[in-house]
Design a protein around this ligand. Sequence first.
Ligand code: GLA
Length: 736
Amino acid sequence: MKKKLTLLLMLAMAFFSAGAQNISLQKGWRLSIGDSPTWSSPGFDDSGWQRADLSKSWEQQGHPNVDGFGWYREHIVIPSSIKEKAFLKDSLTFTLGSIDDNDQVFLNGKLIGEYGGLGGVITESHYGPRNYTIATNNPAILWDKDNVLAIRVFDTGGDGGVYGSFFNIHMTDVMEHVEFDKNHDFSFGDNNSLGKSIVLTTKNKYNYKGTVLLKVIDPETNAVVLTKKTDTAHFTEGKPFQWWFTFAAAQKKSYIVAYVFTDKKSGKSIYDRETTPYMLTPAVSKLPKINGASIFGARPGHPVLYLIPATGQKPLKYKVQGLPEGLTLDAATGIITGTIDKKGSYPLVFTVTNSKGSDTKKFTLAIGDNIGLTPALGWNSWNAWGLSVNDAKVRTSAREMAERLSAHGWAYINIDDGWEAEERAANGKIATNSKFPDMKGLTDFVHGLGLRMGIYSSPGTRTCGGYLGSWQHEDDDAQSYADWGIDYLKYDWCSYGQIAPQNPNLDEMKKPYLVMRKSLDKANRDIMFSYCQYGMGDVWKWGAEAGGNSWRTTGDITDTWRSMSEIGFKQDPAAPYAGPGHFNDPDMLVVGKVGWGPALHNTRLTFDEQYTHISLWSLLASPLLIGCDMGNLDRFTLSLLTNDEVLAIDQDALGKSARQYGDKEGVQVWVKEMKDGSKAIGLFNTSNKYQTLSLSANDPAIKGYTKFRDAWRQQNIPAVSGKVAPHGVLLVRVSK
Ligand code: GLA
């Protein structure tokens, strides 16, 4: 698997390594493929091992197609002088670039850090870089003597090994574990004011005392609109410093907040910045309103589960006209269940009533061979929890979705990697690990809320996280999923790279997906089939015919502008292949609190970048899979995910993806045709400055269209034109 080091992390690493006394670990490594417990031992003679190059994966160093175990070893003297010269003397950090995928790190035979599905404790984020910090009095360190650092790597597929940009040992710098903790959300006050706690934390015992200087900058004019300073910034491990600041009239657009903390004694500073949130989605009305797609597909004889998405003051009462025999409606919850044996297109009329009024909507239940007629709307555990996902986290997500999101059409709760055992049960059946004691019980719970349940596997022997895959157990696994009541399967290539021939041709790429397709077809359930093979072989050209309901078109996304925008704006080649029942999947959403492991952070996308992300993915008719901690949805994220006019663009029954209409320096225009003859148009400002973006009335994209509506603000506008913030968007629906 390929990993990405983000620019930000690289800058941060460069910053921290600049002042520190580094012992370079860039050279001197030896590599051996395979596995042995003796290889961690300092006495082991590794002189026969090949010399390793840390700028390359092991595939690129003569081990093509090797997945599984390999070891890196290095002899290194750690001089006590670095401790003497350091400002802080209590801990030593090993910075180990990227490790692909999972690792255990030994110093002189003693385990000092580990990550991933090797039975290890999952404390780090999946995509690294791996930084392991140990106390300077740890007896594993042999000061001024020969030390042996050994890394046991477990690669689950694709490239493998230890490689990347930064490899060193350094005394943990005085500012290394100091952070402006940006995970305290802004609070929205009266008169458009914003408030927030500036929080400084550290993992060091050192007593920090100094100054915080804060500046608020208007990105439209570059003017500093507010400066604040305090000399009272005192903090140490476990005792953060908190400083409340408020900013009047801040909710109309996004501002930049820049901070500097300077520690008096060491003279060192750290910098950080963030943007301020502003909400575009209007408040939800108390009047009843039916949301969501206008069509749902199911196969004959298979269980149907559909929750009528509706907002409005509770209690709501639901009614359905034309409900075919075999289905029943719960009038209090709006959940439709049952089965229909006969193929056909069933026209229904939904009515939802409360004390304020009622709303009706025409709806089609399409019983036939195709499911997933509009892109899946749901949650997936990966971008939030990585391999640390567990039963409780899934239940929280389901509860929160039912409480706050399902009224807008959100329906899937998908567990990604990390639920599987490391070995199969004696009868060959897939088993769960201890984090998921009762998969059937969990699925029943999710279904009880009117939501559907998804799961994850790999056609290889191992998943990307190192857990069990489905190789040669496809029928067994599909049956287990059906027994549990699973409704969605993400099937991730991972270690199948070991089984497929090198440079597989198209047939060889399709093969594992066709095998699982057959197995799923034998199960008596509608299971959405989501291909995850990172776009190999232009999967969009054949994914539908090979039985996929969606297919990943790219490698893994991360929460940076660079990652999100590079993926999103490169989707045009795949766009013509999207349609009802089969959609391009440019990977899951990176809004809200993400982390790929147990420690989460607010997405590093600015608020305008988040508007761009949701707008672009909706225009692309992409599955929208929320990748954040649902138990901690802040007001902004919630407003971002509950804009019914924006979601309607994604959920349009025509199922077309937007096409790239304009691409010039700093501006992207994407146009999506909609079922009712209207169009959804995104005008994106990809530059770093405010711009006015417009389409003239004569522009072929809108010629003859007379009604323009700003989808985020849900307001009619006189022309397709608006001031757009850096990395922001104007999303317009135009009709005749
Ligand atoms: C791959 C996929 C991710 C996620 C992980 C799980 O990297 O692309 O979306 O499923 O595997 O290990």
